[in-house]
Design a protein around this ligand. Structure first.
Ligand SMILES: C[S@@+](CC[C@H](N)C(=O)[O-])C[C@H]1O[C@@H](n2cnc3c(N)ncnc32)[C@H](O)[C@@H]1O
Length: 255
């Protein structure tokens, strides 16, 4: 049953759909309004009609949908295609302890939290107080704040945590944090970073090699949404063609 404050995807078709929260206000769609109060207590998957008798379905939104459409963005975010791949290579599970900087808008934090919950924790650092407050709100709205410790703190002074299972760096100069990362990360475990330019990626790879990291891998991922219509199916014209280079490396005992 849909509860007060829960996200709901109102679905009519691919052009007419809305991410809303069950609550108190009236909500206007392109084909009539509805009362968000009346969503409470309904079942996901059921029909719901606007005042002009237009039919929507009540869908349970994915975390990808909540992050992309429900989160307020104050920074560039890590897109779901990259986040999913990072998590698949991170070696983290429910119960893992993860370090992250910077939190930004909390998009990657949300995907990490969903991977380590309910036993694990994400410790995420953000130096900008406005971005910190926004990320806290975003994570609370996704119901994930219990699995995250966000710190409004500059990381150059180092991390408070030790023996973490994975480190995620989304900052412009991750090589500046290799010292603190080496102290916090368990041996045999990975770090990941995302960098927008090939120059930054190359610099980071060289520094990782110099520090003795192994299993260094770099990827760029593309995800193309497809249009399927009988006899004229093809990829959509527009896409997020470049998001960033993903870099992975494992820490080992250095002899
Ligand atoms: C691109 S944003 C991160 C976006 C985030 N990964 C997401 O998916 O929403 C980079 C953030 O790192 C923060 N930052 C950069 N250097 C930092 C540092 N040394 N310590 C703490 N935060 C830092 C910036 O303030 C910015 O909000």
């Amino acid at each position: 049953m849909i509860k007060e404050g829960e996200w709901v995807l109102l679905w009519r078709n691919s052009r007419s759909n809305y991410l809303v929260k069950a609550g108190k206000n009236r909500f206007n769609t392109d084909c009539g309004y509805l009362d968000l109060e009346q969503l409470k207590g309904r079942e996901f998957g059921r029909e719901f009609f606007t005042h002009t008798k237009n039919k929507f379905y009540l869908l349970k939104p994915s975390l990808e949908c909540v992050v992309m459409r429900g989160f307020k963005r104050r920074t560039q975010i890590i897109y779901p295609k990259d986040a999913a791949f990072i998590i698949s290579k991170a070696g983290i599970f429910s119960g893992s302890r993860v370090l992250e900087t910077g939190t930004g808008s909390g998009a990657m934090t949300a995907f990490l939290a969903a991977a380590v919950m309910p036993e694990g924790k994400v410790y995420s650092y953000e130096r900008n107080p406005d971005f910190y407050a926004n990320a806290c709100n975003n994570l609370a709205s996704a119901g994930l704040l219990d699995y995250v410790v966000i710190k409004n703190k500059e990381v150059k002074q180092g991390f408070d945590e030790e023996a973490v299972d994975f480190v995620m760096l989304d900052i412009p100069a991750p090589w500046e944090l290799l010292g603190p990362v080496c102290r916090a990360l368990k041996k045999g475990r990975k770090l990941a970073s995302i960098l927008p330019t090939v120059n930054q990626a190359e610099r980071f790879v060289l520094d990782l090699e110099a520090k003795g990291f192994v299993n260094i891998e770099v990827f760029e991922l593309w995800a193309r949404r497809m249009l399927f219509r009988q006899g004229r199916s093809r990829p959509e014209q527009l896409m997020h063609s470049h998001t960033g280079y993903l870099i992975f490396a494992a820490k080992v005992f250095v002899s």
